[in-house]
Design a protein around this ligand. Sequence first.
Ligand SMILES: Cc1cc2nc3c(=O)[nH]c(=O)nc-3n(C[C@H](O)[C@H](O)[C@H](O)COP(=O)(O)OP(=O)(O)OC[C@H]3O[C@@H](n4cnc5c(N)ncnc54)[C@H](O)[C@@H]3O)c2cc1C
Length: 253
Amino acid sequence: MTKVDAAYGRSPASGIAQRIKGLFSRSGRMTVQPSRVASVDHISPDFTLIRLEGELFRAGQWTAGDKIQLAVAPGPIGRTYTPLSWNRQRGVAEVLVYLHGDAPGCDWARRLTAGQDLQVVGPRPSIALNALEQPTILFGDETCFGLALALHNLPGAANIRYIFEVGDAAQTESVLTSLGLHNALLYERRPDDSHLEAIGNEWDRLASGAGSLVLAGKASSIQFVQRANRASSARIHQVKTKAYWAPGKRGLG
Ligand SMILES: Cc1cc2nc3c(=O)[nH]c(=O)nc-3n(C[C@H](O)[C@H](O)[C@H](O)COP(=O)(O)OP(=O)(O)OC[C@H]3O[C@@H](n4cnc5c(N)ncnc54)[C@H](O)[C@@H]3O)c2cc1C
């Protein structure tokens, strides 16, 4: 493992090193680690599954729900993703990138090919999925499929209810099914957010009997579901939240 500053051949005090720290992470002592792209699978028009390999994935202490940051463009520009799997024996991890538009992370994933080198920061804690009261409800969007699959892949995880707001239900269903997630409830996004009203109206039924709630994805949708949960007679008390993105904000970490 190389300290972030040393990885770029600069003294810790140099401007470039500080910029790398700032771009990759707001935390102080981060490490940038070299890895390699083992394979790239454009599984649908909007989703790319990337397998990464390297010593980091053998040595790194990963808990399901942790995040990694990838250098997606020179600068470097870092973007945050959630490994859906992490195999220490084989030294590989997988991330699923949602191609939401024209942006550095999306452009990088579209152009990526197997064999490319890649700088990675992490893993770092984000949403710990290993101590949830069951059954769990996970609400999110396309950016949370990695998180959902990490939860789905946990030994002993059972009775998880997945609720996603998505742009294209047909495409999403086929992507999730191909990755082994068969029982997700999909609400197609509407410009006036009336799909969220529908989730709110059904929350008593959706939340009934659940022990924990994981909320990730778009910041305002998380807030909406949080309010619906608080107001519900079936209120879930163990709640974990993490905003993955918000309109106009770039590269949330
Ligand atoms: C802890 C954590 C884990 C994450 N895990 C994943 C993951 O596994 N897979 C994944 O695909 N994403 C994940 N994300 C979300 C991802 O980091 C963001 O979507 C990020 O903005 C993508 O970078 P970009 O370069 O594509 O867009 P940016 O340059 O960051 O953003 C450009 C513009 O696009 C908007 N935007 C960003 N995301 C979306 C979106 N989903 N839909 C519509 N507009 C958007 C921004 O608000 C901004 O206006 C995670 C984020 C966090 C914080």
